[in-house]
Write a protein that binds this ligand. Structure first.
Ligand SMILES: Cc1cc2nc3c(=O)[nH]c(=O)nc-3n(C[C@H](O)[C@H](O)[C@H](O)COP(=O)(O)OP(=O)(O)OC[C@H]3O[C@@H](n4cnc5c(N)ncnc54)[C@H](O)[C@@H]3O)c2cc1C
Length: 395
Protein backbone atom coordinates (compact mmCIF):
# COMPACT_ATOMS: atom_id res chain seq x y z
CA UNK A 1 0.00 0.00 0.00
CA UNK A 2 1.27 3.53 -0.78
CA UNK A 3 2.48 5.62 2.09
CA UNK A 4 0.45 8.73 2.76
CA UNK A 5 2.21 11.98 1.84
CA UNK A 6 3.48 13.65 5.02
CA UNK A 7 5.93 16.27 3.88
CA UNK A 8 5.78 18.63 0.90
CA UNK A 9 8.32 21.14 -0.44
CA UNK A 10 6.68 24.02 -2.30
CA UNK A 11 8.67 26.13 -4.74
CA UNK A 12 7.39 29.71 -5.02
CA UNK A 13 6.13 32.07 -2.35
CA UNK A 14 3.75 34.15 -4.50
CA UNK A 15 0.06 33.32 -4.21
CA UNK A 16 -0.28 29.61 -5.05
CA UNK A 17 2.68 28.60 -2.85
CA UNK A 18 1.45 29.92 0.51
CA UNK A 19 -2.16 28.90 -0.26
CA UNK A 20 -1.06 25.34 -1.09
CA UNK A 21 0.93 25.26 2.15
CA UNK A 22 -2.05 26.47 4.17
CA UNK A 23 -4.41 23.96 2.57
CA UNK A 24 -1.93 21.10 3.09
CA UNK A 25 -1.50 22.16 6.70
CA UNK A 26 -5.28 22.04 7.10
CA UNK A 27 -5.15 18.53 5.62
CA UNK A 28 -2.57 17.50 8.20
CA UNK A 29 0.38 17.50 5.78
CA UNK A 30 3.58 19.38 6.64
CA UNK A 31 4.66 21.93 4.01
CA UNK A 32 7.54 24.37 3.65
CA UNK A 33 7.69 27.13 1.05
CA UNK A 34 10.92 28.05 -0.76
CA UNK A 35 10.92 31.44 -2.50
CA UNK A 36 13.68 32.56 -4.85
CA UNK A 37 13.60 36.25 -4.01
CA UNK A 38 15.20 37.44 -0.80
CA UNK A 39 11.93 39.12 0.30
CA UNK A 40 8.23 39.11 -0.56
CA UNK A 41 8.16 42.71 -1.75
CA UNK A 42 10.17 41.92 -4.91
CA UNK A 43 8.66 41.62 -8.36
CA UNK A 44 5.31 42.86 -9.54
CA UNK A 45 3.36 45.59 -7.85
CA UNK A 46 -0.01 47.09 -8.60
CA UNK A 47 -3.43 45.81 -7.69
CA UNK A 48 -5.12 42.51 -8.20
CA UNK A 49 -8.86 41.81 -8.40
CA UNK A 50 -10.03 38.66 -6.66
CA UNK A 51 -13.18 37.07 -8.05
CA UNK A 52 -15.95 35.65 -5.81
CA UNK A 53 -14.75 32.10 -6.51
CA UNK A 54 -11.21 33.06 -5.47
CA UNK A 55 -12.52 34.68 -2.30
CA UNK A 56 -14.56 31.55 -1.50
CA UNK A 57 -11.41 29.47 -1.91
CA UNK A 58 -9.46 31.84 0.35
CA UNK A 59 -12.19 31.34 2.94
CA UNK A 60 -11.16 27.66 3.18
CA UNK A 61 -7.64 28.63 4.29
CA UNK A 62 -8.89 31.39 6.59
CA UNK A 63 -7.48 34.33 4.60
CA UNK A 64 -10.64 35.86 3.12
CA UNK A 65 -11.55 38.19 5.99
CA UNK A 66 -8.07 39.69 6.14
CA UNK A 67 -8.36 40.41 2.39
CA UNK A 68 -11.81 42.00 2.79
CA UNK A 69 -10.47 44.20 5.59
CA UNK A 70 -8.05 46.00 3.27
CA UNK A 71 -9.50 45.47 -0.23
CA UNK A 72 -11.79 47.82 -2.13
CA UNK A 73 -14.94 46.00 -3.23
CA UNK A 74 -15.94 46.69 -6.84
CA UNK A 75 -19.71 46.81 -6.32
CA UNK A 76 -20.63 48.13 -9.76
CA UNK A 77 -19.22 47.69 -13.22
CA UNK A 78 -19.85 49.83 -16.28
CA UNK A 79 -18.72 50.01 -19.86
CA UNK A 80 -17.75 53.28 -21.50
CA UNK A 81 -17.75 53.31 -25.27
CA UNK A 82 -16.81 56.60 -26.91
CA UNK A 83 -18.52 58.78 -24.37
CA UNK A 84 -21.51 56.50 -23.74
CA UNK A 85 -21.79 54.71 -20.39
CA UNK A 86 -23.61 51.43 -20.00
CA UNK A 87 -24.16 49.94 -16.55
CA UNK A 88 -23.27 46.26 -16.58
CA UNK A 89 -25.63 43.81 -14.87
CA UNK A 90 -23.99 41.97 -12.00
CA UNK A 91 -24.37 38.41 -10.83
CA UNK A 92 -26.73 38.24 -7.89
CA UNK A 93 -25.90 36.54 -4.62
CA UNK A 94 -22.10 36.61 -4.98
CA UNK A 95 -19.72 38.99 -3.26
CA UNK A 96 -18.16 41.74 -5.37
CA UNK A 97 -14.67 41.49 -6.81
CA UNK A 98 -12.19 42.49 -4.10
CA UNK A 99 -9.45 44.78 -5.39
CA UNK A 100 -6.31 44.56 -3.30
CA UNK A 101 -2.72 45.70 -3.59
CA UNK A 102 -0.58 42.74 -4.58
CA UNK A 103 1.83 43.49 -1.75
CA UNK A 104 -1.07 43.40 0.76
CA UNK A 105 -2.26 40.03 -0.57
CA UNK A 106 1.26 38.59 -0.31
CA UNK A 107 1.62 39.92 3.23
CA UNK A 108 -1.75 38.47 4.31
CA UNK A 109 -0.91 35.03 2.93
CA UNK A 110 2.52 35.08 4.49
CA UNK A 111 1.20 36.22 7.88
CA UNK A 112 -1.49 33.57 7.75
CA UNK A 113 1.06 30.87 6.89
CA UNK A 114 3.43 32.00 9.62
CA UNK A 115 0.58 32.03 12.14
CA UNK A 116 -0.03 28.35 11.32
CA UNK A 117 3.62 27.56 11.91
CA UNK A 118 4.46 27.19 8.20
CA UNK A 119 7.98 28.21 7.26
CA UNK A 120 8.57 30.37 4.18
CA UNK A 121 12.25 30.49 3.34
CA UNK A 122 13.42 33.34 1.12
CA UNK A 123 16.49 33.43 -1.10
CA UNK A 124 15.99 29.72 -2.01
CA UNK A 125 15.98 29.50 -5.83
CA UNK A 126 15.31 26.00 -7.14
CA UNK A 127 17.54 24.89 -9.98
CA UNK A 128 16.94 21.14 -10.23
CA UNK A 129 15.37 18.15 -8.56
CA UNK A 130 16.04 14.42 -8.36
CA UNK A 131 13.77 11.59 -7.39
CA UNK A 132 14.99 8.69 -5.26
CA UNK A 133 12.42 6.02 -4.48
CA UNK A 134 9.42 7.66 -2.89
CA UNK A 135 11.29 10.88 -2.04
CA UNK A 136 12.28 13.90 -4.08
CA UNK A 137 15.21 16.22 -3.47
CA UNK A 138 15.10 19.87 -4.48
CA UNK A 139 18.42 21.47 -5.32
CA UNK A 140 18.82 25.22 -4.86
CA UNK A 141 21.10 27.73 -6.58
CA UNK A 142 23.36 27.95 -3.50
CA UNK A 143 23.91 24.18 -3.65
CA UNK A 144 21.71 23.44 -0.63
CA UNK A 145 19.11 20.66 -0.86
CA UNK A 146 15.82 19.69 0.72
CA UNK A 147 14.11 16.30 0.58
CA UNK A 148 10.35 15.71 0.80
CA UNK A 149 7.64 13.29 -0.34
CA UNK A 150 6.33 15.68 -3.00
CA UNK A 151 7.67 18.79 -4.74
CA UNK A 152 5.08 21.37 -5.78
CA UNK A 153 5.99 23.90 -8.48
CA UNK A 154 4.14 27.08 -7.56
CA UNK A 155 6.87 29.02 -9.31
CA UNK A 156 4.84 31.14 -11.69
CA UNK A 157 4.65 31.57 -15.42
CA UNK A 158 8.43 31.10 -15.99
CA UNK A 159 8.35 27.90 -13.92
CA UNK A 160 11.54 25.85 -13.48
CA UNK A 161 9.56 22.89 -12.13
CA UNK A 162 7.54 22.78 -15.37
CA UNK A 163 10.78 22.24 -17.31
CA UNK A 164 11.95 19.63 -14.81
CA UNK A 165 8.70 17.74 -15.29
CA UNK A 166 8.90 17.99 -19.08
CA UNK A 167 11.86 19.63 -20.81
CA UNK A 168 9.67 19.85 -23.95
CA UNK A 169 6.89 21.71 -22.12
CA UNK A 170 5.69 24.85 -23.89
CA UNK A 171 6.87 28.12 -22.40
CA UNK A 172 4.69 31.12 -21.70
CA UNK A 173 3.46 33.10 -24.69
CA UNK A 174 4.11 36.84 -24.67
CA UNK A 175 0.86 38.65 -25.44
CA UNK A 176 2.73 41.52 -27.11
CA UNK A 177 1.69 43.89 -24.34
CA UNK A 178 3.21 45.56 -21.32
CA UNK A 179 0.97 46.37 -18.36
CA UNK A 180 0.87 49.69 -16.51
CA UNK A 181 -1.08 51.02 -13.59
CA UNK A 182 -1.39 54.64 -12.49
CA UNK A 183 -2.96 56.83 -9.85
CA UNK A 184 -4.15 60.01 -11.54
CA UNK A 185 -5.08 63.21 -9.75
CA UNK A 186 -8.03 63.49 -12.14
CA UNK A 187 -11.29 62.62 -10.39
CA UNK A 188 -13.76 60.66 -12.49
CA UNK A 189 -17.38 61.48 -11.61
CA UNK A 190 -18.12 57.91 -10.57
CA UNK A 191 -19.26 56.56 -7.22
CA UNK A 192 -16.55 54.73 -5.24
CA UNK A 193 -16.69 51.01 -5.93
CA UNK A 194 -17.46 51.50 -9.63
CA UNK A 195 -15.11 49.84 -12.09
CA UNK A 196 -15.33 51.05 -15.67
CA UNK A 197 -14.12 49.12 -18.70
CA UNK A 198 -13.47 51.78 -21.33
CA UNK A 199 -13.10 51.29 -25.07
CA UNK A 200 -11.15 54.22 -26.46
CA UNK A 201 -10.24 55.04 -30.05
CA UNK A 202 -7.16 52.86 -30.09
CA UNK A 203 -7.35 50.69 -27.05
CA UNK A 204 -9.02 49.42 -23.98
CA UNK A 205 -8.42 50.51 -20.39
CA UNK A 206 -9.98 50.14 -16.99
CA UNK A 207 -10.40 52.69 -14.20
CA UNK A 208 -11.99 53.18 -10.78
CA UNK A 209 -12.15 56.00 -8.22
CA UNK A 210 -9.33 55.64 -5.69
CA UNK A 211 -10.30 55.55 -2.03
CA UNK A 212 -7.97 58.36 -1.04
CA UNK A 213 -8.98 60.59 -3.98
CA UNK A 214 -8.05 60.58 -7.66
CA UNK A 215 -8.53 57.66 -10.03
CA UNK A 216 -6.64 54.39 -10.40
CA UNK A 217 -6.36 53.00 -13.91
CA UNK A 218 -4.80 50.06 -15.72
CA UNK A 219 -3.69 50.03 -19.35
CA UNK A 220 -1.85 47.67 -21.66
CA UNK A 221 0.50 48.94 -24.32
CA UNK A 222 1.91 46.96 -27.24
CA UNK A 223 5.64 46.40 -27.24
CA UNK A 224 7.54 44.25 -29.74
CA UNK A 225 9.43 42.28 -27.13
CA UNK A 226 8.74 41.31 -23.53
CA UNK A 227 10.80 43.67 -21.38
CA UNK A 228 11.77 42.40 -17.96
CA UNK A 229 10.56 44.52 -15.06
CA UNK A 230 14.12 45.77 -14.67
CA UNK A 231 14.35 46.80 -18.34
CA UNK A 232 10.91 48.41 -18.32
CA UNK A 233 11.70 50.32 -15.15
CA UNK A 234 14.96 51.57 -16.67
CA UNK A 235 12.88 53.68 -19.11
CA UNK A 236 12.01 57.04 -17.53
CA UNK A 237 8.39 57.18 -16.38
CA UNK A 238 7.90 60.43 -18.33
CA UNK A 239 8.71 58.56 -21.56
CA UNK A 240 6.24 55.82 -20.72
CA UNK A 241 3.60 58.45 -20.00
CA UNK A 242 4.23 59.95 -23.46
CA UNK A 243 3.81 56.49 -25.02
CA UNK A 244 0.52 56.02 -23.17
CA UNK A 245 -0.65 59.46 -24.29
CA UNK A 246 -0.06 58.50 -27.92
CA UNK A 247 -2.46 55.59 -27.48
CA UNK A 248 -5.04 56.96 -25.07
CA UNK A 249 -4.55 60.75 -25.23
CA UNK A 250 -7.66 61.44 -27.34
CA UNK A 251 -9.97 59.38 -25.15
CA UNK A 252 -12.25 60.62 -22.39
CA UNK A 253 -11.40 60.18 -19.60
CA UNK A 254 -8.23 58.33 -20.74
CA UNK A 255 -6.52 61.52 -21.90
CA UNK A 256 -7.42 63.40 -18.72
CA UNK A 257 -6.25 60.56 -16.53
CA UNK A 258 -2.85 60.64 -18.22
CA UNK A 259 -2.50 64.43 -18.34
CA UNK A 260 -3.16 64.59 -14.58
CA UNK A 261 -0.80 61.74 -13.83
CA UNK A 262 2.32 62.67 -11.88
CA UNK A 263 4.98 60.48 -13.56
CA UNK A 264 6.00 58.98 -10.22
CA UNK A 265 2.44 57.64 -9.84
CA UNK A 266 2.84 55.49 -12.93
CA UNK A 267 3.89 51.92 -12.32
CA UNK A 268 5.22 49.47 -14.89
CA UNK A 269 3.85 46.02 -14.10
CA UNK A 270 5.77 44.22 -16.80
CA UNK A 271 5.13 42.00 -19.80
CA UNK A 272 1.89 40.04 -19.97
CA UNK A 273 2.13 36.32 -20.64
CA UNK A 274 -0.33 33.51 -21.05
CA UNK A 275 0.33 29.79 -20.75
CA UNK A 276 -0.80 27.56 -23.58
CA UNK A 277 -2.21 24.23 -22.36
CA UNK A 278 0.53 22.30 -20.55
CA UNK A 279 0.64 18.62 -21.63
CA UNK A 280 2.05 17.25 -18.35
CA UNK A 281 0.86 18.70 -15.06
CA UNK A 282 2.95 16.23 -13.04
CA UNK A 283 5.62 13.56 -13.29
CA UNK A 284 6.66 11.19 -10.54
CA UNK A 285 6.63 13.22 -7.32
CA UNK A 286 6.66 16.64 -9.01
CA UNK A 287 3.46 18.58 -9.67
CA UNK A 288 2.49 22.08 -10.83
CA UNK A 289 0.01 24.58 -9.47
CA UNK A 290 -1.06 28.17 -10.29
CA UNK A 291 0.47 30.20 -13.13
CA UNK A 292 3.14 27.54 -13.60
CA UNK A 293 0.49 25.34 -15.20
CA UNK A 294 -2.41 27.67 -16.11
CA UNK A 295 -1.88 31.39 -16.56
CA UNK A 296 -4.85 32.91 -18.36
CA UNK A 297 -4.66 36.39 -19.86
CA UNK A 298 -5.20 39.09 -17.28
CA UNK A 299 -8.41 40.00 -19.14
CA UNK A 300 -9.93 36.91 -17.50
CA UNK A 301 -9.77 38.57 -14.08
CA UNK A 302 -9.24 34.99 -12.85
CA UNK A 303 -5.48 34.24 -12.78
CA UNK A 304 -5.02 34.55 -9.04
CA UNK A 305 -8.43 33.08 -8.21
CA UNK A 306 -7.77 29.97 -10.32
CA UNK A 307 -4.32 29.65 -8.76
CA UNK A 308 -5.92 29.70 -5.29
CA UNK A 309 -8.57 27.14 -6.29
CA UNK A 310 -6.00 24.75 -7.80
CA UNK A 311 -3.81 25.01 -4.70
CA UNK A 312 -6.71 23.92 -2.52
CA UNK A 313 -7.81 21.15 -4.86
CA UNK A 314 -4.27 19.75 -4.98
CA UNK A 315 -4.14 19.64 -1.17
CA UNK A 316 -7.56 17.98 -1.07
CA UNK A 317 -6.41 15.26 -3.46
CA UNK A 318 -3.22 14.63 -1.46
CA UNK A 319 -5.33 14.49 1.71
CA UNK A 320 -7.70 11.84 0.39
CA UNK A 321 -5.66 9.74 -2.04
CA UNK A 322 -2.54 8.11 -0.68
CA UNK A 323 -1.16 6.99 -4.06
CA UNK A 324 0.70 10.05 -5.30
CA UNK A 325 0.23 9.52 -9.02
CA UNK A 326 -3.47 8.82 -8.55
CA UNK A 327 -3.79 11.95 -6.41
CA UNK A 328 -2.06 14.04 -9.11
CA UNK A 329 -4.15 12.50 -11.90
CA UNK A 330 -7.35 13.25 -9.97
CA UNK A 331 -6.19 16.80 -9.31
CA UNK A 332 -5.52 17.35 -13.02
CA UNK A 333 -8.84 15.79 -13.99
CA UNK A 334 -10.71 18.05 -11.56
CA UNK A 335 -8.99 21.22 -12.73
CA UNK A 336 -7.86 21.09 -16.36
CA UNK A 337 -11.25 21.57 -18.07
CA UNK A 338 -12.20 24.58 -15.99
CA UNK A 339 -8.92 26.46 -16.25
CA UNK A 340 -8.51 25.84 -19.98
CA UNK A 341 -12.07 26.94 -20.75
CA UNK A 342 -11.57 30.22 -18.85
CA UNK A 343 -8.18 30.77 -20.50
CA UNK A 344 -9.59 30.18 -23.98
CA UNK A 345 -12.35 32.74 -23.50
CA UNK A 346 -9.93 35.30 -22.06
CA UNK A 347 -7.56 34.81 -25.00
CA UNK A 348 -10.40 35.79 -27.34
CA UNK A 349 -11.06 39.00 -25.42
CA UNK A 350 -7.34 39.65 -25.19
CA UNK A 351 -7.01 39.98 -28.95
CA UNK A 352 -9.33 42.90 -28.75
CA UNK A 353 -7.29 44.78 -26.19
CA UNK A 354 -4.14 45.41 -28.20
CA UNK A 355 -4.31 48.94 -29.49
CA UNK A 356 -2.64 48.11 -32.83
CA UNK A 357 -4.19 48.81 -36.25
CA UNK A 358 -5.83 45.37 -36.42
CA UNK A 359 -7.49 45.76 -33.04
CA UNK A 360 -8.58 49.24 -34.02
CA UNK A 361 -10.34 47.90 -37.08
CA UNK A 362 -11.78 45.09 -35.01
CA UNK A 363 -12.93 47.28 -32.13
CA UNK A 364 -16.66 47.20 -33.07
CA UNK A 365 -16.55 43.39 -33.31
CA UNK A 366 -14.66 43.16 -30.06
CA UNK A 367 -17.09 45.42 -28.30
CA UNK A 368 -19.97 43.27 -29.40
CA UNK A 369 -18.23 40.11 -28.07
CA UNK A 370 -17.51 41.93 -24.82
CA UNK A 371 -21.10 43.16 -24.61
CA UNK A 372 -22.39 39.62 -25.11
CA UNK A 373 -20.17 38.41 -22.28
CA UNK A 374 -21.05 41.15 -19.84
CA UNK A 375 -24.71 41.59 -20.61
CA UNK A 376 -25.56 37.96 -19.90
CA UNK A 377 -23.40 37.43 -16.83
CA UNK A 378 -25.24 34.36 -15.58
CA UNK A 379 -24.66 32.55 -18.85
CA UNK A 380 -21.10 33.64 -19.38
CA UNK A 381 -19.34 34.20 -16.06
CA UNK A 382 -21.90 32.63 -13.70
CA UNK A 383 -20.22 29.24 -13.89
CA UNK A 384 -16.78 30.80 -13.31
CA UNK A 385 -17.72 32.86 -10.30
CA UNK A 386 -20.19 30.51 -8.58
CA UNK A 387 -17.67 27.67 -8.53
CA UNK A 388 -16.98 26.40 -5.00
CA UNK A 389 -14.62 23.72 -3.73
CA UNK A 390 -16.32 21.33 -1.33
CA UNK A 391 -13.39 21.01 1.09
CA UNK A 392 -15.07 18.68 3.65
CA UNK A 393 -16.24 16.26 0.95
CA UNK A 394 -13.97 13.30 0.21
CA UNK A 395 -12.42 13.56 -3.26
C1 LIG B 1 -0.06 43.04 -14.61
C2 LIG B 1 -0.83 41.88 -14.09
C3 LIG B 1 -2.10 42.08 -13.56
C4 LIG B 1 -2.83 41.00 -13.07
N1 LIG B 1 -4.08 41.25 -12.57
C5 LIG B 1 -4.80 40.22 -12.08
C6 LIG B 1 -6.07 40.43 -11.50
O1 LIG B 1 -6.55 41.57 -11.43
N2 LIG B 1 -6.77 39.36 -11.04
C7 LIG B 1 -6.26 38.09 -11.09
O2 LIG B 1 -6.93 37.15 -10.64
N3 LIG B 1 -5.04 37.84 -11.60
C8 LIG B 1 -4.30 38.87 -12.10
N4 LIG B 1 -3.06 38.63 -12.63
C9 LIG B 1 -2.55 37.24 -12.61
C10 LIG B 1 -1.99 36.86 -11.25
O3 LIG B 1 -1.01 37.79 -10.86
C11 LIG B 1 -1.40 35.46 -11.29
O4 LIG B 1 -2.36 34.57 -11.80
C12 LIG B 1 -0.96 35.00 -9.90
O5 LIG B 1 0.05 35.84 -9.41
C13 LIG B 1 -0.47 33.55 -9.94
O6 LIG B 1 0.08 33.19 -8.70
P1 LIG B 1 1.26 32.12 -8.60
O7 LIG B 1 1.55 32.00 -7.17
O8 LIG B 1 0.92 30.93 -9.39
O9 LIG B 1 2.49 32.79 -9.36
P2 LIG B 1 3.33 34.07 -8.92
O10 LIG B 1 2.47 35.04 -8.22
O11 LIG B 1 4.04 34.51 -10.16
O12 LIG B 1 4.39 33.51 -7.88
C14 LIG B 1 5.45 32.67 -8.27
C15 LIG B 1 6.55 32.80 -7.25
O13 LIG B 1 7.55 31.82 -7.51
C16 LIG B 1 8.82 32.38 -7.32
N5 LIG B 1 9.79 31.61 -8.10
C17 LIG B 1 9.91 31.53 -9.45
N6 LIG B 1 10.89 30.69 -9.81
C18 LIG B 1 11.43 30.21 -8.64
C19 LIG B 1 12.47 29.28 -8.36
N7 LIG B 1 13.17 28.68 -9.33
N8 LIG B 1 12.75 29.00 -7.06
C20 LIG B 1 12.05 29.60 -6.05
N9 LIG B 1 11.06 30.49 -6.27
C21 LIG B 1 10.73 30.78 -7.56
C22 LIG B 1 8.65 33.80 -7.83
O14 LIG B 1 9.66 34.66 -7.32
C23 LIG B 1 7.26 34.15 -7.29
O15 LIG B 1 7.30 34.70 -6.00
C24 LIG B 1 -2.30 39.70 -13.13
C25 LIG B 1 -1.03 39.47 -13.64
C26 LIG B 1 -0.30 40.55 -14.14
C27 LIG B 1 1.07 40.30 -14.72
Amino acid sequence: MSKRVREVAIIGGGIAGPVTALALHKAGIRATVYEGYPSTADGLGGTIALAPNGMAALEIVGAADAVRAVAEPAYRQAMAVRGKRIAMPALTGVEPYQVIRRSDLYRILHDRATAEGITIEHGRRLVSAREEGDRVTAVFADGSTVTADVLVGADGVQSTVRRLIDPEAPGPRYTGMLAFEGLSAFQVPEEPGTMTFAFGKRGYYIYWPALGGGTTFGVNVPHPRPLTIKEARAVPLRSWRETLLEVYGEDAPGGELLRHLPPEKLQVNGALYIMPPVPHWYRGRLVLVGDAVHAPSNSSGQGASLAIESSIELARCLRDISDVSEAFATYERNRRGRVERIAARAAKINHTKAPGPVARALMPVIMSIFLKVVMKPEKTIGVDQRYRIDWPATV
